[in-house]
Design a protein around this ligand. Structure first.
Ligand code: GLV
Ligand code: MN
Ligand code: MN
Length: 421
């Protein structure tokens, strides 16, 4: 006997996505488009959270909030003692986001529940929809933070003490926004976790396929580097007497690109997305430069070699002249995480049963799923993005049809996992 499929209400899903995107919306000067700025635990994020909680309650979910501000909405199963099937993602965003990153997984989970309700379907296992806190890591500096604490990789104390660039703590911002819940943050192992997300890259569009079955997530290494030099007058200080922190930062950026281009570190990607010099004035040699380094690599050994090569270069810089020193601070680090083959098979079968072509691919971006994978069998569904899958940008776009198809696959996958023994 084949298990039935579950087809969601695509226009209703789309309305939810657009309604949520209106919270924290801004006019993006560079693209001329409406973007989304909902950094974690800002007023905009809190407003988005309240909207999502309201939608959860309308869908009959019982909502609880844990001490990291992670939100869970639960739909009871016929066997309430059975471990739940968990889905979800995040609704915090980078400062220049589109409407889909993370939101598709959360709103897709709620849409799957609405559809189950309308069909009068009761599943054996409970189904829970999660909203994880600070997935992006751009406000407090560590990504996948809420899910990492829920999974036990990072401690609550570490997370609560993190500060944003204005010195505000995450713990304080949880209290300020009213999302300092009381539920235990350690998540009891679910039966399985499945997350639907936009691909955020060009692979699905390039292969003309709508659905990606995600095999895992590549390793991520984030660190902050501070170069200490010496401030000096721009006009009077001879070059030989300078310890120019800005110049050293430029050398770091160039060296990272050389590491990538050398091909000696596998499929390495390297990005310096944040760079600031002090005192940041036209006629002063920079005394200090702060930059962040984001490295990605599907191979953990190659990642370790790339990190060593960077560390060796930083030592070289220090030795290159008097007055320069370098300090580093680890922001985040995750290894390559492979996803569960059993859950991938359920997803692939669901896509087949919906008549949707699919391919398997590794995720280039980080996701909450990589943390929850430590607790239970986990995999993800990717939805195709337009414009080469551009993301973390207001141009991010997936069509209403692509979103609906991805959430059809999510809903059917949840139905089947929730029926498992
Ligand atoms: C999450 O968006 C990441 O940086 O991969
Ligand atoms: Mn995301
Ligand atoms: Mn993101």
């Amino acid at each position: 006997m084949t298990t039935p499929t579950l087809t969601v209400d695509g226009p209703r899903l789309w309305r939810s996505l657009m309604d949520l995107a209106a919270i924290g919306a801004y006019d993006d000067e560079r693209t001329g488009l409406r973007g989304v700025n909902r950094l974690a635990l800002t007023d905009a994020d809190a407003a988005g959270r309240r909207r999502v909680v309201a939608w959860m309650e309308e869908a009959g979910l019982t909502v609880r909030v844990d001490r990291m501000g992670n939100i869970y909405g639960r739909r009871e199963g016929t066997d309430p003692t059975a471990a739940a099937v968990l889905t979800g993602s995040h609704i915090d965003s980078v400062a220049t986001a589109g409407a889909f990153d993370g939101c598709l997984g959360v709103l897709g989970g709620i849409e799957a529940v609405r559809t189950l309700n309308e069909r009068g379907i009761r599943t054996r296992r409970p189904i829970e929809v999660a909203v994880f806190t600070e997935e992006e890591g751009v406000r407090f500096g560590t990504d996948m933070l809420g899910s990492a604490v829920a999974a036990g990789r990072l401690t609550l104390e570490y997370a609560h003490a993190l500060t944003d660039r204005d010195g505000r703590t995450l713990g304080g911002e949880l209290a300020r926004t009213g999302f300092d819940g009381t539920e235990d943050v350690r998540l009891a192992p679910p039966h399985a976790y499945v997350e639907c997300h936009i691909e955020q890259g060009p692979v699905l569009a390039g292969s003309g396929v709508e659905i990606g079955v995600v095999t895992g997530v590549q390793g991520i290494s984030w660190q902050e580097i501070t170069v200490h030099g010496r401030a000096a007058h721009a006009g009077t200080t001879p070059t030989r007497l300078r310890a120019d922190a800005g110049l050293a930062a430029a050398h770091i950026i160039v060296r990272l690109r050389e590491l990538v281009d050398s091909g000696e570190y596998g499929d390495l990607r390297a990005t310096v997305g944040h760079l600031i010099v002090h005192p940041d004035l036209t006629n002063i040699v920079p005394a200090r430069a702060e930059l962040t380094v984001d490295l990605r690599n599907p191979d953990d050994a190659q990642m370790a070699r790339a990190e060593e090569a960077l560390a060796a270069f930083l030592r070289e810089l220090e030795e290159s002249g008097p007055g320069l020193s370098v300090t580093t601070r680890r922001m985040a680090k995750t290894a390559h995480v492979p996803f569960d083959e059993g859950v991938q098979k359920v997803i692939a079968q669901a896509a087949d049963d919906h008549g949707l072509e699919h391919i398997s691919l590794l995720s280039g971006a980080g996701h909450d799923a990589q943390e929850i994978a430590a607790l239970c069998p986990t995999a993800m569904i990717f939805v195709r993005g337009e414009y080469d899958g551009i993301s973390h940008n207001p141009r991010e776009y997936s069509t209403p049809e692509a979103c609906a198809h991805g959430v059809d696959v999510l809903a059917t996958t949840l139905l089947r996992l929730a029926g498992q023994d």
